[in-house]
Design a protein around this ligand. Structure first.
Ligand code: BTN
Length: 320
């Protein structure tokens, strides 16, 4: 209902309670109650006895009515489950993905303002206070399981594009999925899936962007390697706009992936790469390899040239 009232509530112009009540088919008292609810959600609304109500400003909250307003996607974000706080958007998204048959469509989002148990790669914690963008996207790609790395790489390209478009900052990508600014991490991507031998059942792509998080608030052990967009740009970044731009870019690149146009995505990934051409060390859990990062192949694997000249393809690992 608050969504309906927002459609009619004049932005920077007045609309009377009576007209609102008529349009919505409810009483004037019910209109007043909805207005109070909106005010509690940080919408700034003024009321004039003669003129009625006027919307002065909207909150920069990632609530569905704000994220979907003006969102030009076909299917990403058409359905949004929003929570002011939860443990982890990936956990909820995975539960929902299991209910595909019950109408959980491709592109459904789980969004929250803060996570109490955000998940990072390799079982790490992901610090997710208010001020960031923490969301997960449910996908049902008709693709073989090895495409999972491609989905992670294309997501990274979509994040970089969105940050560039909204802030003019030029982030880089550290293989496979860290987005860096000035060598510090500003965004992480956690891609999880359930697959059979030759086909993916579902994928959940979790994206965490440090947007307006203050540096002092990061836990001490990650402070030195972490950064937020607010810190770099010196002012708050509009999260709703950034989320919308990211979702639009994400859909564009995901459609390309489905049309088997990964090569062109990979080209862009390489343009933004922080990894290629560097001497690196890759920790793969049971062993560590060092060498020069020379390429990313069509499967999204990192190609490393060792000191003895041998080339190794690495599917997963932590680069330093
Ligand atoms: C990484 O370790 O770099 C991946 C971090 C991914 C964090 C995001 S925040 C939204 C989604 N929900 C989670 O619990 N994790 C991902």
């Amino acid at each position: 209902m608050t969504g309906d009232i927002l459609k009619y509530l004049g932005e920077k112009e007045y609309i009377s309670g009576e007209v609102l009540a008529q349009k919505l088919g409810i009483s004037r008292v019910a209109v007043w109650k909805q207005i109070q609810r909106l005010k509690n959600m940080e919408y700034e609304i003024i009321a004039d006895q003669n003129l009625g109500y006027c919307l002065i400003s909207r909150p920069d909250l990632l609530i569905p009515q704000e994220v979907q307003r003006g969102l030009s996607t076909k299917y990403i974000g058409k359905e949004i489950f929003y929570f002011p706080e939860l443990k982890s958007t990936n956990i909820i998204a995975k539960e929902k993905a299991l209910h595909r048959a019950e109408g959980i469509n491709e592109g459904t989002l789980i969004i929250t303002e803060r996570q109490s148990a955000g998940k990072g790669r390799l079982g790490r914690e992901w610090f997710s206070p208010a001020g960031g963008i923490w969301l997960s996207i449910i996908l049902y790609p008709q693709l073989p399981p090895f495409s999972i790395s491609r989905i992670t790489l294309m997501t990274a390209v979509a994040v970089v594009k969105a940050i560039k478009m909204c802030t003019q900052i030029e982030p880089q990508i550290k293989w496979p999925n860290d987005i860096l600014i000035n060598e510090k991490k500003v965004c992480g991507i956690l891609t999880e899936m359930i697959a059979e031998l030759d086909i993916i059942n579902w994928v959940v792509v979790g994206i965490g962007i440090n947007v307006n998080v203050d540096h002092q608030k990061f836990p001490e052990d990650i402070q030195a390697n972490t950064i937020s967009l607010k810190e770099v740009s010196g002012k708050e970044v509009l999260r709703v706009k950034l989320a919308q731009t990211f979702l639009q870019e994400f859909e564009k690149y995901y459609d390309k992936l489905r049309r088997k146009e990964f090569s062109s995505i990979l080209k862009e990934w390489k343009l933004y790469s922080h990894t290629l051409g560097r001497k690196i060390r890759v920790d793969m859990g049971e062993r560590i390899i060092t060498g020069e990062a020379v390429d990313i192949n069509e499967e999204g694997a990192l190609v490393l040239k060792k000191e003895d000249g041998e080339r190794v393809e690495i599917i997963s690992g932590t680069v330093s």
